[in-house]
Design a protein around this ligand. Structure first.
Ligand code: HEC
Length: 461
């Protein structure tokens, strides 16, 4: 019997469209009835079907309410308005028969009444199935995409520094549930009789009882539902909705297995960092510094380009510039003076294959915002590298296939924010016999063919 009622109830979302269609058609005809000779007859016919389908909508709707765990407070307004719509339909039908007591009422009482009743009933029905924000949601999403506001992943605000102090339920689990589950499991729309908007509500469980099995966590209804394959009908959240990510499933599973703690912090629970890692907000340091600089005058750029130098912004609409002299093999240190006009904006320079010599370091030290310098395939020996120590943003320095001498390597550790220095030379091993401090070793890239000599290399067994 239960199954039959559920089955009938499931037809509600389908059947409701019939009276809506009939009533709208009737209203269209009603408002232009003067154009049709037989309008009244047809109207009566349509209204009869509006009444029949309206009646079945109410019956199926009531079964759905009984079987699917909706709360009466949620559905009552929709139910009563459905009844009122049916009353208006019957009233209008009788009115059309003529010469009854109802004919004392103005005809517009029925037509306008029907219009208002059907609109409100439909809207409330939509709110029950899809949630209050159903109409506004896609608009919000649209506007945030249009205006470039990025959705904050998960809405969690955990960082490497603070995550250990966060209580697991309110700061980790609840935000996930509220994003992916609460739209259907709340005090108004408690699908399956289950509410999840608060810890207490969640603990009450569903119409079938608790959804957590504390003796056998993995047999918990909640655990099972989120682990079922997507194709299974009982999988949660339902297939059409935004799914839990793998990381979210792992975390919720952990939480269930740990006995759904509420106030304990991630630190107290000694949560494995791998579980929380995907949720941590990483403040990524951009490669280039954020500098508020004016764009150089167009003539300055044109002048530089006229020398065959390639000049371009680091990205669209940035005033930070990168240049390359790859097309000007004769380019020498003195010509760097021509870059005076972009002294501040220049963050990356590629002088590879040019004719610069060791005085290049001193001149480059006057470009305060350089982040990257490429001197590959030049005749530099490295004398004067120390002048670069006043470049506070310098991260990468390339000196591959040059006349670089190993004596110059020690000044590299004076460079304030250096991250990598590329020194590979195909004809010799620059670091052979050189004592390198561990920090220097971690900065230097000698290429992949030459490995530093290990003490064990000479051992004979
Ligand atoms: C689109 C609406 C919707 C969303 C979103 C949704 N559910 Fe459900 N949920 C339902 C419906 C409908 C039922 C009742 C039918 C059934 O048991 O499958 C249900 C039932 C359940 C039940 C079983 C209750 C019981 O004991 O019978 C659990 C557990 C559950 N949901 C968990 C979740 C979790 C966890 C999420 C989020 C990850 C979620 N649901 C998201 C609609 C939804």
């Amino acid at each position: 019997m239960d199954g039959l009622l559920t089955f009938i109830g499931r037809f509600h979302p389908l059947i409701v469209h019939l009276p809506i269609g009939f009533i709208l058609l009737a209203l269209l005809l009603e408002f232009s009835k003067s154009k049709f000779k037989e309008a009244k007859k047809v109207l009566k016919f349509i209204m009869l079907w509006a009444i029949i389908s309206g009646f079945f909508s109410i019956v199926t709707g009531y079964f759905q309410y009984l079987q699917e765990g909706y709360l009466w407070e949620t559905v009552q307004a929709h139910f009563y308005l459905g009844l009122i719509t049916l009353m208006f339909s019957i009233g209008f039908y009788i009115f059309l028969q003529g010469s009854t007591i109802l004919n004392r009422l103005p005809r517009t009482f029925f037509s306008l009444g029907l219009l208002v009743a059907i609109l409100f009933t439909g809207h409330l029905g939509g709110t029950i199935t899809h949630g209050e924000a159903h109409l506004a949601e896609p608009l919000e999403e649209l506007s945030s995409t249009l205006f470039g506001i990025e959705e904050k992943e998960n809405g969690l605000s955990l960082t490497d520094e603070n995550y250990k102090e966060q209580p697991i339920y309110s700061k980790v689990i609840a935000p996930i549930l509220s994003k992916k589950c609460v739209s259907c499991h709340n005090s108004k729309t408690a699908k399956g009789g289950l509410q999840m908007q608060t810890f207490e509500a969640f603990q009450k469980g569903s119409k079938n009882g608790p959804i957590i099995n504390y003796d056998n966590p993995e047999l918990s209804e909640l655990f099972l539902r989120i682990h079922l394959p997507l194709g299974e009908k009982k999988h949660m959240p339902p297939k059409s909705k935004k799914q839990l990510t793998k990381a979210e499933i792992n975390l919720i599973s952990y939480w269930i297995e740990a006995g759904t703690p509420e106030r304990q912090t991630l630190g107290q629970l000694d949560l494995n960092r791998n579980l929380i890692e995907p949720f941590l907000i990483k403040d990524e340091v951009p490669f280039y510094p954020i500098l508020n600089l004016e764009a150089p005058a167009p003539e300055i750029i044109k002048n530089i380009e006229s020398k065959g130098i390639i000049i371009s912004p680091i990205k669209r609409e940035s005033n930070l510039l990168t240049i390359s002299t790859l097309n000007v093999p004769k380019f020498n240190v003195r010509q760097l003076e021509e870059l005076e006009g972009i002294r501040e904006q220049l963050v990356s320079i590629d002088l590879s294959y040019s004719s610069v010599n060791d005085s290049v370091f001193r001149v480059l030290s006057e470009f305060p915002n350089l982040v990257q310098i490429k001197l590959n395939h030049t005749q530099i020996t490295g004398k004067g590298i120390h002048s670069l120590s006043n470049l506070k943003y310098l991260k990468k320095l390339y000196m591959v296939e040059t006349a670089l001498e190993s004596a110059a390597l020690s000044s590299i550790k004076n460079l304030a924010s250096i991250e990598q220095v590329f020194i590979f030379q195909s004809d010799r091993n620059l670091i052979e016999g050189v004592e390198l401090s561990p920090d220097l070793q971690s900065i230097l890239e000698y290429g992949n063919s030459i490995l530093p000599k290990l003490p064990t290399d000479d051992l004979v067994y």
